[in-house]
Design a protein around this ligand. Structure first.
Ligand SMILES: *[C@@H]1O[C@H](CO)[C@@H](O)[C@H](O)[C@H]1NC(C)=O
Ligand SMILES: *[C@@H]1O[C@H](CO)[C@@H](O)[C@H](O)[C@H]1NC(C)=O
Ligand SMILES: *[C@@H]1O[C@H](CO)[C@@H](O)[C@H](O)[C@H]1NC(C)=O
Ligand SMILES: CC(=O)N[C@H]1CO[C@H](CO)[C@@H](O)[C@@H]1O
Length: 266
């Protein structure tokens, strides 16, 4: 099953508690009915463990795989993720001057297929794999239903939301192990930590305050002027959710790719 990116905006530069739930309405694929690959497909770049440039080789493995992964790779049971669909991202209110609760629903996320692998670092002794990713633009369209307070301003709205994120850099740290899957050794991530930065964000919420244009504009302006601080505040929270999603995508793929095809002993 493929789970998806959760992008969250919470209108605060103060502490704000946010709950995010990302689920996918598509039926899960029966992963354990898909046999491991037996020959290397065109999208799979092979590396040797002894290669002194192993990190660069594995970076190419990810880089080459990405466009195929975005379109979905039936042989290994991965679904397309351009655009990504997310059913729901919910927020629960924080305390203090700013509160916010509600949800984004029916999210459509454009941009992940243009991901570039910046670096990888494979440590086969400590069983760690770090990956740097760069996504030039992410566009999100969704419905929103939010209620709360933004400083002294009440915020209420139900309508369409648009988010635009520019130059998103993601640092992924994973712990890996190498179990057997149908008698083949494969790589699986047991845990994953995701940190990210972005250069800019624009947000637009339609129909705030039942369509009151003046109040709606005030809130949208506030959000856009404080966008990076808002995101920064929510980073850890969003990172947790992203890691759930990334881990699933990576494990769905790599659990069907025997290491003998891409991380060879000799
Ligand atoms: C991917 O990048 C190309 C070139 O910059 C751009 O034309 C295209 O719209 C991007 N695709 C998505 C889904 O953002
Ligand atoms: C798995 O490998 C073991 C030992 O090499 C062998 O006895 C067994 O038949 C294999 N099972 C399958 C499903 O290939
Ligand atoms: C985004 O990254 C590109 C390429 O590195 C750079 O040219 C551009 O100025 C960046 N945009 C912003 C808003 O930082
Ligand atoms: C899908 C997912 O991982 N959701 C989590 C997002 O973060 C919140 C708070 O940290 C968790 O409660 C969710 O389970």
């Amino acid at each position: 099953m493929l789970l998806l990116t959760a992008i969250v905006v919470c209108a605060t530069t103060l502490g704000c508690i946010v709950m995010i739930q990302a689920t996918n309405s598509q039926k899960p694929i029966q992963q354990d009915q898909i046999p491991p690959l037996q020959t290397a497909p065109v999208w799979l770049n092979a590396c040797k463990k002894k290669d002194p440039n192993l990190d660069e080789c594995i970076r190419m493995t990810f880089q080459n795989m990405f466009p195929y992964l975005a379109k979905g790779i039936p042989e290994i049971g991965t679904r397309p993720f351009e655009p990504m669909h997310i059913d729901k991202v919910s927020l629960t209110k924080g305390q203090g001057a700013i509160t916010l609760s509600g949800a984004f629903t029916n999210l459509i996320v454009h941009g992940p297929s243009n991901t570039t692998a910046l670096y990888t670092k494979m440590d086969l002794v400590k069983n760690r794999l770090d990956i740097g990713l760069f996504i030039p633009t992410i566009k999100v369209e969704s419905k929103y239903d939010l209620k709360g307070n933004l400083l002294l301003l009440p915020l209420v709205g139900v309508g369409d939301a648009k988010l635009y994120l520019k130059n998103v850099t993601t640092h992924v740290q994973t712990k890996i192990f190498f179990p057997k899957y149908m008698n083949e050794t494969v790589m699986v991530a047991s845990s994953m930590k995701v940190d990210f930065n972005l250069a800019a964000m624009r947000a637009n919420f339609d129909n705030l305050f039942n369509g009151n244009k003046v109040l709606g504009r005030t809130v949208n302006t506030f959000l856009n002027q404080n966008a990076l601080e808002v995101v920064n505040d929510l980073k850890e929270n969003i990172g947790e959710n992203l890691s759930t999603i990334f881990k699933q995508i990576m494990n769905d793929a790599f659990s069907h790719m025997p290491t003998k095809l891409w991380l060879q002993d000799d």
